[in-house]
Ligand binder design. Structure first.
Ligand SMILES: O=C(O)[C@H](O)[C@@H](O)[C@H](O)[C@H](O)COP(=O)(O)O
Length: 233
């Protein structure tokens, strides 16, 4: 396992400025190299400022496809929707030109929506260029939650499903989530965390111990290139 590369920033503003500039550079490099870039973002509260900064980046957004690392299985009109969060904060300004692959699909079951999203990923024809992950204080990333009966499948590096529906204790709705294989194959995996509590969760996760206890361990131990951590207290 290669140690993650942790960069500390004075505050969330400085982190958002650096992260958005670096992600914009990675996406444009992918467009320059392959003619397209494939980008997955997480939801939750942490990424808002990063999204807003990135939406103003002057890159070739019409050649970028954005998707979600995970989603609550609710319509985009819901306050709980990560698609809504991305639409309102990232897919604005210059980034409004990007293509978007949702995980939620109206009129489909969660399993059918997961299959549908995975089919669309396959049509992109390349692995993710950039995946930005968050971290819960319970050690979850994506929708890989401790105590979920699906955790073994979700974090199995050999299994063939890129997107799966999952239930987790304490989560009000079914989740859709990328599994470990598409994230570990991503060319650049970034973990964006803010606050001292999440830093200590990360330190603990970097120690030996079961994935079941802190599921972020699954990606810490499996990325093909060192995972980059952006952290602000
Ligand atoms: O749907 C979600 O909630 C996210 O994708 C999730 O994995 C998030 O990254 C962590 O829960 C951190 O969330 P906060 O940024 O709100 O702490």
């Amino acid at each position: 396992m290669s140690e993650p590369e942790i960069t500390r920033f004075a505050d969330g503003d400085a982190l958002a400025q650096s992260l958005s500039a670096n992600v914009a550079g990675l996406l444009q490099s992918a467009v320059d190299a392959d003619g397209a870039a494939f980008f997955a973002v997480s939801g939750g509260n942490t990424p808002r400022l990063f999204f807003r900064q990135l939406s103003a980046a002057d890159i070739d957004w019409k050649k970028v496809t954005v998707t979600l690392v995970d989603e609550r299985f609710v319509p985009p009109s819901s306050e709980r929707s990560n698609q809504r969060l991305a639409a309102m904060n990232l897919l604005q300004d210059k980034a409004a030109l990007a293509a978007f692959i949702p995980l939620y699909s109206d009129g489909m079951t969660a399993d059918a929506a997961a299959r549908d999203a995975a089919l669309k990923f396959g049509e992109i024809g390349k692995p993710l260029d950039v995946a930005v992950l968050g971290l819960g204080t319970d050690g979850h990333t994506a929708s890989w939650f401790p105590g979920s009966p699906d955790l073994g499948m979700l974090t199995d590096p050999q299994q063939g499903f890129q997107v799966m529906a999952t239930e987790a204790p304490g989560q009000p709705e079914t989740r859709l989530t990328l599994t470990l294989p598409p994230l570990m194959r991503a060319k650049n995996v970034i973990l964006h965390i803010e606050g001292k509590q999440k830093r200590s969760v990360l330190e603990n996760a970097m120690n030996s111990g079961p994935v079941e206890e802190l599921p972020v361990r699954a990606i810490l131990r499996r990325t093909e290139r060192p995972l980059k951590v952006y952290w602000a207290p």
